[in-house]
Structures are given as C-alpha cells and as structure tokens.
Write a protein that binds this ligand. Structure first.
Ligand code: OAD
Length: 266
C-alpha cells in the first residue's frame, strides 16, 4: 500500500465530511499531546522515569501502594489543570456547528474536549476529575482549583470518603476493569450509525475501544485517521493523514468547511 506523504490531505476526505450526516470523532492521547500531556506510550520522564504507566493503572497497584498510585494521578491531574485545549480540540468543537450530528468519543481522562467547547463527550476510560471511593463507590469532590503537589514529588495519601472513610481512587478505568456500560453502548451505537469516523491520535492498541473503527467500517462508514506514525488501524482506514492533529485537523476541517472559525475556545 502506498503511504501518503506527511501532512498530505486527500481532498476526498474533506468531501466525505461535507456529505456526512453523522460524524464520530474518536480520540486518544495524541489529541492532547500538543497541549503538553504525555501520551501513554511515551516513556515517563522526570520524577516518574522509573515507572511504567500501565503498571500504575491497575486495581492491584492501588491496593499495593495507594499513595504512589494516587500521587501519580494527582500529578497527571495537575498537568491537565495547567494545560489548555490545542487547535485539534478547538477544531473538533467547531465541527459540531457544521455537521447534522457529531459524537465525540474519547479514551482520554482529561477534560480538554469540554474546555474547547465540545458537549456530551463520551469518556470511555473515565475521568481524572471524577474520583470516587474505592470501598463504597460514592463520588468524592476534589478541589479543582488548588491541586496538591505530591509530597516528596511523588507520593500522596489519598483523601478519605466522607461517607464510609474508605480511600478515594481516581475516576478512571484501570486495566482489568470494565468500561462504563452506558458510555460503551453510546460509543458502539454511534460507531454503527455514523457515516464518517475521524480517528485522531490513538495507537489503537487497547480493547474494546480500539475496536470502534472496525465497527464503524463494517457498518459502512468512511474512516479518516490522523496520526504522525503508522498504527494498527491503518488497514481499516479509508484515508490516513500522517502528521500532528493540531495542524492537520484544522486544515482538513477548513478544506471541508471554509467558513469554520477555528480561533475560538468556548
Ligand atoms: P497511546 O499513547 O497508546 O497512543 C497515542 C497515539 O497518539 C500514538 O499513536 C501517537 O503516534 C499519536 N500521537 C502522538 N502525538 C500526536 C499528535 N500531535 N497528533 C496526532 N497523534 C499523535 O494512547 P491511546 O491510544 O489513547 O487506557 O491509548 C489508549 C489507552 O491505553 C489509554 O486510554 C489508556 C492506555 O493505557 C487506560 O488507561 C485504560
């Protein structure tokens, strides 16, 4: 198969968007990387150099060392609170005004889509901003404005549940846990009904989320992928645009909808 050169946009991809009645934008960590949030498969740096993201993201890791795992998630939540939506998030939010129906499905646990103005975002892997009790499952309110720096740079004791005194855990889906049923059903339904799916910044390695593009394709949708490198999803996609989402997504959407205002953040 002939690969497109970097930053090449096939005009046919823009035409498909113009004619779409339901677009699904399916995003992964790559859409937030230009906001300064490291992707999952980037090596951890600095304080967390010795650690592997996947080995911290399990119930077993939390049971073994709650302060370490909570400290890591608070460090990530702080990165997100300090970050701003980038042109890719903004373009996705703007797209809602130009297509009859848009569904944003993300694997990301940040809130940068919402801060760019997207609504009803389907969060398949939960959110850093909705912690809950590890024991009784009740939600716990965290101060959004003044995150605490993990003590000694890394470890941080999780707060206790106001109801049962149990330890608070992040509101994300860990390896070995089920995805939230309602979100998964919404994503599957949207994948089945859409006529175009934009697949942005995901390695396509983690199931069941990684199966969404195939579901959309099997139901007849065209798939437009944006990623700087080849991924496991290339074979499924009608078009793969090789490059950064913050550059290519605004360009693609501008080709499809020249009146789109890509400067505003809601
Ligand atoms: P990954 O870290 O696996 O992949 C990020 C993808 O983004 C890679 O394919 C990069 O090439 C691409 N990328 C990097 N910079 C980009 C940019 N500027 N523009 C476009 N693409 C870019 O992240 P995910 O695919 O989101 O799950 O990972 C899926 C899941 O695995 C995560 O949600 C998480 C993780 O383990 C859980 O925590 C359950």
């Amino acid at each position: 198969m002939k690969l497109n050169p970097p930053n090449f946009i096939d005009p046919a991809a823009a035409t498909a968007l113009q004619h779409a009645s339901h677009v699904v934008v399916f995003t992964g960590a790559g859409v937030s990387s230009e906001s300064g949030i490291p992707t999952f498969r980037d090596a951890l740096t600095g304080l967390w150099e010795r650690f592997d993201a996947a080995s911290l993201a399990t119930p077993a890791a939390y049971r073994k060392d709650k302060d370490l795992v909570w400290g890591w998630y608070e460090w990530r939540r702080m990165q997100v609170l300090r970050a701003l939506p980038n042109p890719a998030h903004i373009a996705i939010a703007a797209l809602a005004q130009f297509v009859p129906k848009l569904t944003v499905v993300t694997q990301n646990v940040d809130d940068l889509h919402e801060r760019a103005g997207s609504t009803n975002v389907v969060h398949l892997h939960g959110s850093l901003h909705t912690p809950r009790c590890f024991a009784c499952g009740r939600p716990h309110h965290l101060d959004q404005e003044i995150p605490r720096e993990p003590e000694g740079g890394r470890r941080l004791r999780p707060p206790n549940c106001d109801h049962c005194g149990g330890s608070i855990r992040p509101g994300v889906v860990w390896f070995g846990e089920s995805l939230p049923t309602q979100e998964l059903n919404s994503a599957f339904t949207a994948a089945k009904q859409c006529d175009v799916m934009l697949v942005v910044g995901t390695s396509g390695l983690v199931q069941p989320a990684a199966g969404l593009p195939a579901r959309a394709k099997n139901a007849g949708a065209s798939l437009i992928q944006i990623n700087p490198v080849k991924t496991d999803l290339d074979g499924e996609c009608t078009w793969t645009l090789y490059g950064q989402a913050g550059t290519l997504l605004p360009k693609l959407l501008n080709m499809a909808f020249p009146n789109m205002d890509l400067t505003r953040v809601a």
